[in-house]
Design a binder for this molecule. Structure first.
Ligand SMILES: O=C(O)CCC(=O)C(=O)O
Ligand SMILES: [Fe+2]
Length: 369
């Protein structure tokens, strides 16, 4: 049984048959990248007409209420006063820019192999779509040294140092956020068996995902990253100052998550959806591209140790609130996601009442492709 995220991703390979183009050199939108039914999807809801994605100051006295409200109603929020220095955020951003601005032949030296987990390539979810997304990615799980050396044979020390520092700080923030989220549910780390003896979630594991969205000649027919939920407990995302990330609001329309200087975006992932017994639904999100501005994002994808059993937390279960989901390990869930993608949560649903209790529709399915 694999115990680290790297092992369980390897155990669930995703084969991507699309070929990576150098998007910076392409003049028009190739047919391979032209998405046909984008307009059949939900409309984009313009920010002037709706409430905006919540922004939570972690130093706010009412932080538990704010976090709880954001998780329940949006599944996403931005955080300020999160403790990550501006210097480090600038450094990770310029590291990403440096990486993606390497010549294609150099980036391809660090390609993610077909059954591999780390390295340069298309998004893992690409295999579920007939068209190719207007983006490129670089995934780091475990040590970045091998791939960094392929990218910069002369000297990759700086790259590795920044990654290591960023991952260390992100891990601390992820634990802090989990404690706040538990607090907002009236729970503590003692209510989570796998939080470990110190209640510090020591065994948690993570991936760092760099996403690059070059400017696009026909943004209305292209898709940066197709709609998906993250298979994590939570994801912490740094975006540069170009907007593009959108979240589905109440199954009605796409709302942009505007870049706020210094703020980080927190997405609720599928494992928290399960742990909270559907109280905090994972957020469906996607990325659109634009004609003039380059976009970069860095996602820290955080989950438990991959063999611990994740199920709705006991204290959230009673006669009126039966467990809606079965027990899965992260490893098993990644396997389910690799098979069923947007139906993965529904596929492990064990209780779908007819009397109106609960939300039988885990996510109001989106088909963009
Ligand atoms: O680029 C973004 O803003 C979103 C990235 C994302 O959703 C992911 O890496 O899972
Ligand atoms: Fe995502």
């Amino acid at each position: 049984m694999p115990s680290r995220i790297s092992d369980c991703l390897r155990a669930n390979p995703v084969y991507i048959h699309h070929k990576q183009l150098d998007l910076n050199l392409v003049k028009g939108l190739p047919d391979s990248h032209a998405w046909t039914n984008l307009q059949d999807d939900y409309p984009s809801v313009y920010l002037c007409t709706v409430e905006t994605v919540p922004v939570v100051d972690l130093d706010d006295k009412k932080v538990l209420d704010l976090v709880g409200h954001a998780c329940k109603t949006w599944g996403v929020f931005q955080v300020r006063n999160h403790g990550i220095s501006k210097i480090l955020l600038d450094e990770i951003e310029s590291t990403g820019k440096r990486l993606f601005s390497l010549p294609m032949h150099q980036k391809l030296k660090a390609s993610r192999s077909p059954d591999g987990i780390s390295g340069y390539g298309l998004a893992r979810i690409s295999s579920f779509f007939p068209k190719i997304m207007w983006s490129e990615g670089f995934t780091i799980i475990g040590s970045p040294v091998e791939h960094a050396h392929q990218l910069w044979p002369q000297d990759c020390t700086k790259f590795c140092d920044v990654i290591q520092e960023y991952e260390k700080e992100m891990k601390k923030l992820a634990r802090k956020l989990i404690l706040l989220i538990l607090g907002s549910l009236g729970l503590t780390e003692e209510d989570v068996k796998w939080a470990g003896p110190e209640g510090a979630f020591e065994g948690g594991s993570a991936a760092l995902q760099f996403n690059s969205y070059p400017v696009c000649p026909e943004p209305d027919r292209a898709m940066g990253l197709a709609a998906h939920t993250d298979s994590t407990i939570l994801t912490i995302l740094h975006q540069n100052n170009t907007s593009g990330l959108q979240v589905l609001r109440d199954g009605n329309g796409w709302v942009t998550v505007p870049p706020l200087p210094g703020a980080l975006v927190v997405n609720i992932g599928d494992l928290l959806h399960i742990l909270s017994n559907g109280l905090y639904p994972s957020v469906l999100h996607r990325v659109i591209v634009n004609r003039t501005q380059y976009r970069l994002s860095i996602a820290y994808l955080y989950g438990p140790q991959s063999t611990v059993k994740v199920s709705p937390l006991h204290k959230l279960i009673d006669q009126g609130h039966p467990p809606l989901y079965g027990t899965v390990t992260w490893s098993e869930y990644l396997g389910t996601k690799a098979k069923y993608f947007d139906k993965a949560l529904s596929s492990i649903r064990i209780y779908a009442p007819l009397n109106g209790f609960g939300d039988t529709d885990d996510h109001k399915g989106v088909t963009a492709g």
